[in-house]
Ligand binder design. Structure first.
Ligand code: ADP
Ligand code: ZN
Length: 722
């Protein structure tokens, strides 16, 4: 047999199949050791075949097999090929998405267990006491773990019994589904009629991809859990994707309560070893549900019965490192392969997704009401221009202050949301206009009052606080913008007895810290939670009856074509945290632009109105989903090298442009908006295309110029254009 092997070297020059002669114990999906360029390297068997395309006598042999049983199944091997072709990414790199890092570092686990089985009486020497003891033990037991038997009676005695034919050794897969008995341990809730109809409609529908567009609090989670439970009952497995599992303590405990050990939870707070263990439980079939952020889409599951992708609009579903894959795209491939449904859920679907649902490519399931017809929270607009005119220069409008006072007096909880972008508090010299910037990145620094230092939000570098302007020596330094720390400071002054928690990238080291803050808040150890984007995502805090959005329009005025959509999503999602239980909720939305149509649609909870408006705008201006934005990024620590490569990429793409001018709505090269990040100079070719037709060619032509010291990558509809 000949094995087609990918060597584990992430280099485009070795990104091809190498053939090796393979012994019988080699199978597709196994890791192997192979000779390569005078060394022994790790390889991965993609396929086995008879004969060879090369002179078979010259083929080298596989040296050894690392895995007894393939670590990747057929479907995953197929996916590796498709992802590699789609994103022009070396297969060795794509493989890494599928395998936990521990495995690559050589971890191996027994997939089989040996059992000793009683086979019949035999003649024993009278002096073989241990053998006699083992024999009588096995006469009783009939079947016993081989290793355990050796531990009891000694390896040589057991081996002797095997040799005499008294015992047989049987290999068996390690126990499967040890939690099977737990089925139904945590009873399912009785679904509301709307939830039940949705489940049935999804089951009946012929479309692979199903969108659940349900307002916040409409009970989508319960629908997901029901679909997963149904898959398990049918003997199948399930994948449940969420933007960031470690940020949703309730979700974790719900999953644990309902599915126990059958759910493997892969989140960023786990150590590499823990991730490996969870992965292994999935691979062996011990766990049937893979729950996690986007990487869980690569879970080594077989016979998948449903794939859920919650908060479909979330930007974290697009990978920001090579390969820059779309999780929805991969989930769809897996759903098609397994003949199951891919269920996308959101209160604010991306306009791309909603358009597909409206045009019939996806099944559309609408849940326009909250559970038990609880009203949506009322959104009050606070016009900040008027506040300023009245001489109020604080971050809080009069109406928000009053509402906060009422909320606290009633013993309820409040959330104060600050846009991530509004976080920046840069330092400006009032005399010469100097702005403090990072030495490695072309961005201004942010002042952090607690540590009294300046930080770069791109690379994390810290700088000492300035006492005078380094340019002109002036001492009048100004802090612009409002940060979360400043907001907490103001709150402490206004409500001295309130207990306040803050959550942003700085309050915590690692995701575990976020979890702790959210847990403390849900256990009502605090009255007010102040935070950025992170607190917008699917949390269910029943005692929260007030949400304050301090700067609703911060994201409206970015030049990104999606800024309107983002703002609508953010306002809706954050508002959705209010009044989820019995008490009616309220939202105060502060803005300098109260007539803005996006905010108006959000205040009225009018997703459809927003969608119609947005989609006609996109159509008129030729933006996605009616076009595709493609950015080719060239970056290098040496600026001349970046420029030179940019020129090469540009020439190569220009040929394409000249041959298909009609396909292009825009085509140009330029500096990236942030010209330098972590000492790398960044240049880009920006394109807007009418269709996907030229994508493969664009990938091929661009990536061909990637070289030592300069990286080139392609992004489709990039989430972050900086
Ligand atoms: P969504 O995910 O759509 O925002 P959730 O699934 O979090 O909504 O549900 C909102 C609230 O309604 C939660 O507190 C949840 O426990 C509750 N809930 C959901 N389904 C039911 C049901 N069938 N019966 C009673 N309460 C439910
Ligand atoms: Zn920096």
């Amino acid at each position: 047999m000949t094995a087609e092997v990918i060597v584990d070297i992430a280099n485009s020059e070795v990104d091809r199949i190498f053939e090796y002669r393979a012994a019988e114990n080699v199978s597709a999906g196994c890791r192997v050791k192979v000779p390569f360029g005078g060394r022994v390297v790790d390889g991965f068997v993609m396929r086995l075949k008879e004969g060879s395309d090369f002179d078979a006598s010259k083929l080298k042999s596989v040296l050894s097999v690392v895995d007894e049983v393939p670590v990747l199944n057929r479907e995953c091997l197929l996916l590796v090929e498709r992802i590699s072709a789609r994103y022009r990414c070396p297969k060795a790199l794509v493989l890494r998405l599928f395998l936990p890092s521990e495995l690559r570092r050589g971890a191996v686990r027994e997939l089989f267990k040996n059992y000793a089985v009683f086979a019949g009486e035999g003649e024993l020497s009278s002096r073989a006491k241990m053998q006699a003891a083992a024999l009588s033990f096995m006469r009783e037991m009939r079947r016993f773990g081989y290793t355990e038997l050796c531990a009891k009676f000694g390896g040589s005695a057991v081996a002797a019994l095997v040799k005499k034919g008294v015992l047989k050794v049987e290999k068996e897969r390690v126990a499967r589904a040890p939690y099977a008995g737990m089925e139904g341990a945590a009873p399912e809730r009785t679904l509301t009629p709307a939830q039940r109809e949705t489940v049935e409609k999804i089951d009946r529908s012929s479309e692979t991809v199903q969108l659940i567009h349900g307002v916040t609090g409409s009970g989508k989670t319960e629908i997901y859990l029901t679909l997963i439970a149904k898959a398990l009952r049918a003997g199948k497995s399930a994948i449940f994707l969420v933007p960031e599992i470690s940020l949703t303590p309730q979700m974790l405990s719900q999953l644990r309560a309902r599915f126990g050990g059958r759910a493997a939870i892969l989140h960023s707070g786990l150590s590499a070893g823990e991730k490996f263990d969870e992965w292994w439980r999935l691979r062996t079939g011990e766990a049937k549900i893979a729950v996690g952020a986007r990487s869980a889409v690569f879970a080594p599951l077989e016979n998948i019965g449903v794939i859920i992708l919650d908060e479909e609009h979330d930007t974290s579903y697009v990978s920001e490192s090579n390969p820059r894959y779309s999780t929805v795209e991969i989930a769809r491939l897996r759903a098609e392969y397994n003949g199951c449904k891919l269920v996308l859920g959101s209160a604010t679907p991306s306009v791309e997704t909603y358009l597909k649902a409206k045009t019939g490519e996806y099944g559309l399931n609408e849940l326009p009401e909250r559970i038990n017809r609880r009203p949506m929270p009322e959104i009050l607009i606070a016009d900040m221009r008027r506040e300023v005119r009245r001489g109020n220069n604080s971050a809080f409008s009069a109406v928000l202050r009053d509402e906060l006072a009422d909320c606290l007096a009633a013993g309820r909880q409040a959330i104060i949301f600050l846009n991530r972008r509004g976080f920046a508090q840069s330092v400006i010299c009032r005399e010469c206009g100097y702005v403090a910037k990072c030495e490695s990145c072309d961005v201004s620094l942010t002042y952090h009052s607690e540590e009294n230092c300046l930080k770069c939000h791109y690379c994390g570098a810290q700088y000492r606080m300035l006492t005078a302007c380094p340019e002109c020596g002036g001492v009048h330094l100004n802090y612009t913008g409002t940060g979360t720390q400043k907001v907490v400071g103001e709150l402490r002054k206004m409500y001295p007895s309130a207990r306040i928690l803050r959550m942003d990238n700085d309050t915590t080291s690692g995701k575990e810290g976020h979890y702790k803050i959210l847990k403390a808040f849900s256990e009502r150890q605090a009255d007010i939670l102040v935070g950025t984007q992170m607190i917008a995502k699917g949390h269910d805090f029943p005692a929260v009856t007030l949400v304050g959005i301090l700067d609703a329009d911060m994201s409206l005025h970015f030049s990104d074509y999606r800024s309107g959509e983002r703002t609508f999503q953010l306002v809706t999602q954050v508002s959705g945290r209010s009044g989820r239980a019995e008490e009616q909720g309220k939202v105060v939305l502060q803005t300098y632009d109260p007539e803005n149509y996006i905010l108006r649609f959000a205040v009225d909870y009018d997703y459809k109105g927003f969608f119609e408006h947005e989609i006609s705008l996109r159509k008129a201006t030729n933006f996605p989903p009616f076009a595709r934005i493609v950015r080719v990024m060239v970056s290098s620590e040496e600026e001349p090298k970046a420029l030179e490569t940019l020129k090469e990429v540009w020439f190569s793409l220009k040929e394409l442009f000249d041959a298909h001018t009609g396909e292009f709505l825009f085509f140009n090269k330029m500096k990236a908006p942030v010209k330098r990040i972590q000492n790398k100079y960044r240049y880009q070719v920006l394109m807007r295309l009418r269709s996907d037709a030229l994508l493969p060619e664009i990938y091929a032509r661009s990536l061909a110029h990637s070289a030592r010291g300069v990286s080139v990558y392609v992004e489709e509809n990039p989430v972050n254009m900086s």
